[in-house]
Design a binder for this molecule. Structure first.
Ligand code: PAF
Length: 280
């Protein structure tokens, strides 16, 4: 597995893989890799002979007062994980080199980035879309794999790729969960032991919504109430949103339609922000 630090080195490695006739895959990450990320790399590897992984804590997607400064940087462990999962190359740029000095160009999606996390993290999806566009430009992959836990991010990337005619297939990977159901996230390591137990309320709230649907409820209100009821039994969890929405547009809906509706939840335990979602 190669490790490169600069865009020219990355482009050279990509060109060599392409010249060798290899189908190329890409998995962008911010490092602090867990089993969820490794599953994305393995999925890319199933589809492609050559897989690049980026590890870059992207400053432009963090708002003021968010956790950019304390986001865990664990490069050595991450490289071992990438190697074990079958990555061909890791791109780990130096933050000072990645954005050209005075960079003033942004990629901004303006529909599916609204609402949900977009409401609480202004500028976040602009930072995500810009960095992912830069990385896709540099890696020119056949396939790029993203996790479904970040459902709105996935929707923004899909829309950007469609709107800008980017020649890449976006593959979604299902959320990888801890044994108690908590969605894996690099931020879970911020949780205190007590909050880690309390965090179960999030997947259990989603399960309560699914149970309401399974029992025949189709109105979004009561389905959402079932999730909120579970969250309310964990007073330490400060809910930001709990929304029953259309899977494609991510706009709130009045009725649950099988295969076309999701429920998405976000909130804080202490200073740790958790998000999760599932199909209804
Ligand atoms: O999902 C993430 O880790 C990041 O948002 C991404 C896609 C790597 C862009 O920085």
């Amino acid at each position: 597995m190669d490790v490169v630090r600069t865009m020219p080195e990355l482009r050279k490695a990509v060109a060599a893989a392409r010249a060798a006739g290899r189908r190329t895959g890409f998995v962008p990450t911010m490092g602090c890799l867990h089993e969820g990320h490794l599953a994305l790399i393995r999925r890319a590897k199933e589809r492609c002979e050559w897989v690049a992984v980026s590890i870059f804590v992207n400053p432009t997607q963090f708002g003021p007062g968010e956790d950019f400064g304390r986001y865990p940087r664990t490069l050595e462990e991450d490289l071992a994980g990438c190697r074990a999962a079958g990555a061909s190359l890791v791109f780990a740029p130096d933050p000072e080199d990645f954005y050209p000095a005075g960079a003033s160009t942004w990629v901004e999606e303006t529909a599916v980035s609204q609402g949900l996390c977009g409401e609480f993290r202004p500028g976040h999806f602009r930072g995500v879309a810009t960095v992912v566009a830069m990385l896709l430009n540099a890696t020119q992959p056949d396939v790029a794999v993203f996790g479904r836990k970040d459902l709105q991010q996935l929707a923004v990337i899909r829309r950007m790729v469609r709107d800008l005619h980017m020649p890449v297939e976006i593959v979604a990977h299902e959320t990888v969960r801890e044994p108690d159901g908590l969605a894996m996230s690099s931020r879970n390591r911020y949780l205190s032991a007590e909050d880690r137990i309390r965090a179960r309320a999030v997947p259990e709230a989603l399960a309560a919504a699914r149970a309401a649907v399974a029992s025949g409820e189709t109105a979004a209100g009561p389905v959402r109430e079932a999730a909120l009821e579970r969250l309310s039994r964990e007073p330490a969890f400060r809910t930001q949103y709990c929304v029953v929405a259309d899977t494609a547009s991510l706009r709130p809906v009045e009725r649950v339609t099988s295969g076309r509706t999701i429920i998405a939840v976000a909130g804080h335990l202490g200073a740790t922000r958790l998000i999760d979602n599932c199909d209804l």
